[in-house]
Design a protein around this ligand. Structure first.
Ligand code: AMP
Length: 131
């Protein structure tokens, strides 16, 4: 069965899309740890990130770099943190999380809530900043 992220790529499940090309897709995490929390995924459905072909993994990081740069311009933050967990969704993904302190990257803390309109505006703003 297709993963939830494959369904997002196919447009079968809605998402707040930021960018895509023929191999990669980036969208806002629906349950963000901090505002702007973004997921970057390969379209190829592989459960574990480090099972990806090395060249694809490298290119995924380069794609993530473009998103992270746009994200940092959009959301005031010191850095964009990178987290890889993959315990919930068995489709390789990188979390990009705007952060000003270590606490901003704590998945156990109360999460910010955004309206659909705020998610849409944020995704569009990040998208517009991609170079
Ligand atoms: P993990 O697999 O532990 O790295 O976490 C999966 C992440 O995917 C979590 O941060 C979820 O909030 C996020 N997530 C799950 N379903 C969706 C969805 N439909 N749209 C956006 N993000 C999602």
């Amino acid at each position: 069965m297709a993963s939830i992220f494959t369904k997002i790529i196919r447009g079968e499940i809605p998402s707040y899309k930021i960018a895509e090309d023929d191999r990669f897709f980036a969208f806002l995490d629906i349950n963000p740890v901090s505002k702007g929390h973004t997921l970057v995924i390969p379209k190829q459905e592989t459960d574990y990130l480090f099972d990806l072909n090395p060249a694809l993994l490298g290119d995924l990081m380069q794609f993530a770099q473009k998103i992270a740069r746009a994200l940092k311009q959009t959301v005031a933050c010191k850095r964009v943190g990178v987290v890889v967990m993959g315990l919930e969704v068995p489709h390789a993904h990188i979390h990009l999380i705007p952060m000003n302190s270590e606490a901003d990257i704590d998945f156990r803390k109360p999460k910010p809530t955004l309206t659909p309109e705020e998610f849409t505006a944020l995704a569009n703003e990040i998208k517009a900043g991609i170079k």
